[in-house]
Ligand binder design. Structure first.
Ligand SMILES: NC(=O)c1ccc[n+]([C@@H]2O[C@H](COP(=O)([O-])OP(=O)(O)OC[C@H]3O[C@@H](n4cnc5c(N)ncnc54)[C@H](O)[C@@H]3O)[C@@H](O)[C@H]2O)c1
Length: 316
């Protein structure tokens, strides 16, 4: 058996294959021609963020499973996999907590203006604290969570612990489930009007692309703090930059970008009401270990027809 590992993963995952007669192929060159030649005879692929187009996949003559290290799978041509009866899995139980904690970190940082306080002390201006702009509490504020899946649910629990009012917009989750989780179902437009905080946890697809655009920024409260750790492009970046510059909202946190790595030297990078991270919300050490093990187990259990294969991780 031959397994390709596309991109670096935590070594704990590779232990899953140890002892069996399995050849591991580590791939760091993601150019199309190179992938076409190297992947032609692999049985399984563990993949991080590199792209797997139908052109590459159609040359993988023995491929039976693609295992995403993570939960988004917009970098893989899933329609091709379905049409060709190739399994696609994600690491569904691994990363929700890390991403939810990342959102809370961004909320707290932006709400408390931590960067301004930090700078004050480090520049010897401790006594000037009364000159800092007002900062706030999360207590009793309204948060709108877009998408009540794995990450949205973990975030809701953490917001409830801060005594926030948690509103949920998710067209596929029943109102009963939302209420059972002590949250309040709401429609999108109403949610946009009342929210003090918004966090995006939707998949990126044709329906959710530009979900928040110029029009939406006109509906929001001026004190809104918005965070996107889902996928770039769900919030239109041009509209967001305009809203931050013209103070239509208070601030924003982004972990994901329309183009990754994002275009350098853009206006967004120069604003002090935005905090940016390099798509690493799920890259805490604990989470990297869990994702690596789960991604490798998905391949190993599936190829060995093992009863431990987690059916919930199947995408198509
Ligand atoms: N920044 C990171 O490192 C990182 C890590 C993990 C996941 N993600 C991204 O986070 C997002 C959420 O991940 P998840 O594991 O919670 O996914 P999930 O599939 O568990 O949850 C998504 C939720 O969105 C809802 N939804 C889908 N389309 C909708 C629509 N058009 N309108 C309203 N609701 C809709 C679904 O019903 C589901 O409950 C994904 O985009 C994923 O790629 C990012």
């Amino acid at each position: 058996m031959k397994i390709a590992i596309m991109g670096e993963i935590h070594p704990d995952g590779l232990q899953v294959f140890k002892g069996d007669n399995i050849k591991i192929l580590h791939i760091e060159n993601f150019e199309e021609e190179s992938l076409i030649s190297r992947l032609s005879d692999v049985d399984g692929i563990v993949i991080r963020t590199a792209k797997l187009s139908s052109k590459i996949l159609s040359c993988c003559k023995k491929l039976k499973i693609v295992s995403r290290h993570g939960v988004g799978y917009d970098n893989v041509d899933s329609n091709f996999l379905t049409a060709n009866n190739i399994m696609l899995t994600i690491t569904g139980t691994s990363n929700a907590v890390s991403v939810a904690e990342h959102v809370m970190t961004m909320f707290l940082y932006l709400t408390k203006n931590i960067h301004l306080s930090d700078n004050l002390v480090k520049t010897g201006n401790f006594k000037k604290k009364s000159e800092l702009p007002d900062f706030y509490e999360l207590y009793r504020k309204k948060i709108l969570i877009l998408g009540f899946g794995r990450i949205g649910q973990q975030l809701a629990k953490r917001c409830l612990a801060f005594d926030m009012e948690v509103y949920i917009y998710d067209t596929f989750v029943s109102e009963d489930i939302i209420k059972q989780n002590n949250c309040i179902p709401i429609n999108k437009d109403e949610g946009f009007k009342i929210a003090d905080y918004i966090s995006v946890h939707l998949p990126l697809n044709e329906e959710t692309k530009n979900f928040i655009n110029f029009n939406e920024f006109n509906l929001f409260k001026k004190n809104l703090i918005i965070v996107n750790t889902a996928r770039g492009g769900i919030i239109n970046e041009e509209a967001l930059t305009d809203a931050l510059i013209n103070k239509k909202i208070k601030s924003a946190g982004l972990d994901v970008y329309t183009k990754e790595p994002p275009i350098e030297d853009q206006k967004l990078f120069k604003l002090d009401n935005v905090v940016l991270t390099p798509h690493n919300a799920a890259l805490s050490l604990e989470c990297r270990k869990r994702m690596s093990i789960e991604a490798c187990q998905n391949v190993y259990f599936y190829l060995n027809n093992d009863k431990n294969f987690n059916l919930k991780n199947i995408i198509k």
